[in-house]
Design a protein around this ligand. Structure first.
Ligand code: MG
Length: 460
């Protein structure tokens, strides 16, 4: 079946593939889906800071209202704040208009199920089926849905976070934080949350602006130069950057060093499992071996999943996990909710720094250290399955390989590292991830397995 939803909702360039007619039709399909099982669905709606948000939110609202769903507009909110409101207030569904970290010309639609998690595959497939068959059930004039607004989502979310972190320890430490919201949705809550936690806050790009004039929305090292520089200049305890819809957070230590998301993932896992040993932690196969080592040190168990935060969240629910997340700065805290949450991540990291009375660099430097490498190989979409099957067969004969994991793509464990060959769900590429204690070894593995993949592709 043709797909509408990608790994993280529906995305495209505004007024090209992402336009108001599409949003209207999705709204009608979404509402038709909800009405199958719910007599009077209530849907929460929020947006990030993009310029096209109003265009898309009014179009999708019209579709939902036409099928008899009530829509409550919560305005400009981080994605996790909308998810929290859906879960806490018993909405049947949630819509977020966002393209996360994509460039400003993009926008998208993300779906939230009634439990506050991102749409399950079943929900997506049912909406897709209705969308493509255009089997919309429009209601009688008396049953058209009602539209209203609610401005309480940010307060609700902030209080939810304050309820589950040790705010007093953080207030006592009086940290200085440089905060870079990248003009995204985090701007409307993170500065005030940090001040509530007694922090001195130096703000960078903390005004919502859908043109992203300060820096590109993706919190990559090349986009956070100003943040790294400012942390050192003002002598802050740390820096933190959020992506466009504020579900992911990336940290800078007090020396201005960029910390990849797997460092934060390991740091937080270490603290949580120290308090809840023998628990379960969940992460995709792309995460560092450092995570496994940290978790297993506490006698706890790691479950590896396919890539995608909705998958990680659902496996966490199923196994009553105490923690989970991705290596890109998307951490999931079950004590608050089952989704990636940057404000909660910030609160937790500041809590760890405060309780331990240590610098961020010293906390990170004692974690297991691994070097990772990531490159792409071009592969036409129609050859992906054959390529992966052929690689699986050939690697059985490979003497270098100690064990194989096919949870998502093909992961090959060697004595001193691993290689993951994984087809992209959205682009005509294979991603090659490698990891080793040695940077040279990780890089060599990546180059070598890129070449092997290309040579197999030429033969099939
Ligand atoms: Mg995001």
């Amino acid at each position: 079946m043709t797909r509408l939803f990608g790994t993280n909702g529906i995305r495209g360039v505004v007024n090209q593939d992402m336009n108001s007619m599409l949003a209207l039709d999705i709204g009608q399909a979404w509402g038709t889906h909800l009405k199958k099982t719910i007599a009077h669905p209530r849907v929460a709606l929020g947006t990030d800071a993009r310029l096209s948000n109003h265009m898309l939110k009014h179009a999708i609202s019209a579709g939902l209202l036409s099928t008899g769903c009530d829509v409550v507009d919560m305005g400009l909110v981080p994605t996790p704040a909308l998810q929290y409101a859906v879960k806490q207030q018993g909405y049947h569904s949630g819509v977020v208009i966002t393209a996360s970290h994509n460039p400003p010309e993009f926008n998208g639609i993300k779906g939230i199920d009634g439990d506050g998690t991102e749409f399950s595959k079943d929900t997506e497939e049912d909406i897709e089926h209705i969308y493509f068959s255009r089997d919309f059930h429009l209601v009688d004039w008396k049953e058209v849905g009602q539209f209203s607004t609610w401005d309480g989502a940010l307060d609700l979310y902030q209080q939810g976070i304050l309820n589950v972190i040790h705010a007093e320890s953080i207030r006592h430490r009086r940290l200085h934080v440089v905060l870079d919201c990248g003009h995204g949705a985090g701007s409307v809550i993170t500065p005030r949350l940090l001040r509530e936690l007694g922090c001195t806050v130096t703000e960078l790009f903390c005004m919502p602006d859908g043109r992203f004039p300060g820096r590109p929305s993706e919190p990559l090292p090349e986009n956070l130069g100003k943040l790294m520089q400012t942390v050192v200049e003002v002598g802050a305890d740390c820096g933190v950057a959020q992506d466009g819809d504020a579900d992911r957070a990336i940290f800078i230590d007090e020396n201005g060093r960029y910390l990849w998301g797997d460092k934060t993932l390991c740091l937080v896992a270490n603290a949580i499992l120290a308090e809840q040993p023998h628990g379960i932690a969940v992460t995709p196969v792309t995460s560092s071996t450092a995570f496994d080592e940290v978790v297993q040190k506490h006698g706890a168990t790691v479950i590896h999943t396919k890539v995608g935060s909705p998958i990680v969240a659902r496996v966490m629910i199923q196994h009553h996990a105490v923690f989970g997340g991705e290596e890109n700065g998307g951490l999931i805290f079950p004590e608050l909710q089952y989704c990636r949450d940057s404000a909660m991540t910030i609160g937790k990291v500041l809590e760890i720094m405060s309780k331990e009375k240590r610098t961020l660099s010293s906390l990170v430097d004692e974690l297991p250290q691994y070097e990772t490498f990531k490159i792409k190989v071009y592969c036409p979409n129609d050859k992906k399955n054959l390529l992966i099957d052929t690689l699986v067969q050939e690697m059985k004969e490979n003497p270098e390989v100690v064990s194989v994991d096919t949870t998502d793509g093909l992961k090959l464990f060697m004595k001193d590292g691993w290689v993951l060959l994984r087809p992209s769900g959205t682009e005509p590429i294979f991603r090659v991830y490698t990891e080793s204690k040695s940077k040279q070894r990780a890089q060599d593995l990546a180059e070598r397995y890129k070449q092997r993949t290309e040579s197999v592709l030429q033969r099939i």
